[in-house]
Design a protein. Structure first.
Length: 130
């Protein structure tokens, strides 16, 4: 089982892809809590050049609440990361973590059930990209 799922698509810019991803996340009940700009961070910290590359920390508060009620330490595995990166000019890769794999380490069937539901929602996001 892979720890992520991904889809490649064409777009004018990383911002265009981000807007589409955030719109689809919102439809599935997610909001973006955090953002890491890998391109800017690596340039600043290591003086290395990267193509546009973002990590978005997405959270569905309904599901977060459900799993936190079962196990508050599950917060170490939240939020769900969504990665958008340019692979070549006009081509982007969007990857989402697989919550079933991540949450599988806690070995709790109740949490596993919710992780499967979140996985389905994240796959709807990927499948909605065109």
């Amino acid at each position: 089982m892979s720890y992520f799922q991904s889809k490649q698509l064409s777009a004018n810019s990383l911002q265009d892809v981000r807007n589409r991803v955030e719109e689809l996340l919102k439809k599935e009940g997610f909001g973006v809590l955090t953002e890491i700009d890998i391109q800017a961070t690596m340039k600043k910290k290591l003086d290395k050049d990267y193509k546009p590359f973002l990590i978005l920390g997405a959270c569905n508060p309904v599901f977060a609440d459900k799993v936190l009620q079962i196990d508050p330490q599950i917060a170490t595995l939240l939020p769900c990361n969504v990665v958008i990166r340019e692979i070549e000019e006009g081509k982007y890769d969007v990857s989402v973590m697989d919550p079933s794999t991540a949450m599988g380490v806690v070995n709790n069937p109740e949490i596993g059930k919710f992780a499967s539901e979140v996985r389905e929602k994240l796959m709807n996001v990927l499948n909605g990209l065109n």
